[in-house]
Design a protein. Structure first.
Length: 289
């Protein structure tokens, strides 16, 4: 968090004539994922994981292959993929992992996305998340259940859609729904003018060859027969309900539950949410009567 705070302070100290410096620092602000230390209980859980190292290519920032770390608990017949959100890491799912682990027929797989947690990379982005999900699926096999939080939920949806893989159940916990709007929210939060925001979004399109508006939940959705459970907070400031409302109107078969006042990040720690998640997983994997 120290580096992120320093970047914000530098941006806010610049005068309006320092456009190039502002743009350069905005890339650091938007694409640097804060790294939080592992707690003792989390480390103990990591110590029991089977670890592997996979690679993806970062053609936009590092311009080289990046190694990222994967973790597996159990060796059952049902594969469960966990994809973390921005500024997070695999072991931040520790409560969910511990709730799933007693089932001997589960194989639980998670990873630190490039530029996050223990994995290589200074900066990160959604494309690296998507590449990492694909690499994990190719290495470990098709997931029966895919669980994603925030940006990880979007990465799961896009990667699985592009791979034409339909898990028995997709679980999205406070999913990020619109990447461009999230960028604008983040920049507004530190006082970036609309003009500078537009310049940054234009530079994004120049660098990647497409607009940030390309990435929305709606553009990658599977269809009405897809088994999808979505947990949200109607008061979520990071992924506003107004975005979700229009998405759900277009896809009424999605199962949802509102956890009001839970918060965007605490959803992965909540015993109430985790109990409901376990119920959804159990039902999805139970044989039909």
């Amino acid at each position: 968090m120290k580096k992120l705070r320093q970047t914000i302070a530098e941006i806010q100290s610049l005068n309006p004539d320092s456009a190039k410096q502002v743009e350069s620092l905005l890339w650091q602000y938007i694409c640097y994922s804060p790294k939080m230390p592992v707690r003792l209980q989390q480390q103990q859980l990591l110590d029991h994981a089977e670890k592997s190292v996979l690679k993806v290519t970062d053609e936009y920032f590092a311009k080289k292959e990046l190694s990222f770390n994967t973790f597996k608990w159990g060796s059952g017949k049902f594969k469960i993929l966990l994809t973390h959100g921005w500024g997070s890491k695999a072991i931040d799912f520790n409560e969910i992992i511990m709730a799933l682990a007693p089932r001997e027929d589960f194989e639980i797989i998670s990873f630190d996305a490039p530029g996050n947690g223990s994995s290589e990379g200074e900066l990160s982005n959604l494309l690296l998340y998507i590449q990492a999900v694909k690499a994990v699926v190719l290495y470990y096999g098709k997931p029966d259940i895919a669980i994603g939080h925030s940006l990880g939920a979007m990465a799961n949806l896009i990667a699985l859609r592009e791979m034409e893989i339909k898990p028995a159940l997709l679980i999205s916990l406070t999913p990020l729904l619109r990447l461009k709007e999230n960028f604008k929210f983040s920049m507004t939060a530190i006082g970036i003018s609309q003009l500078e925001q537009t310049k940054f979004l234009n530079s994004f399109q120049e660098k990647f060859g497409f607009s940030a508006s390309k990435f929305t939940f709606n553009d990658y959705y599977f269809g009405s027969d897809f088994n999808h459970w979505l947990a949200y907070d109607v008061n979520d400031q990071i992924s506003p309900y107004s975005y979700l409302e229009s998405f759900l109107e277009a896809h009424p078969t999605i199962k949802t539950k509102n956890y009001a006042e839970m918060g965007h990040d605490k959803v992965i720690k909540s015993p109430t949410v985790i109990n409901d998640l376990i119920e959804q997983v159990t039902a999805a994997l139970s044989p039909n009567p």
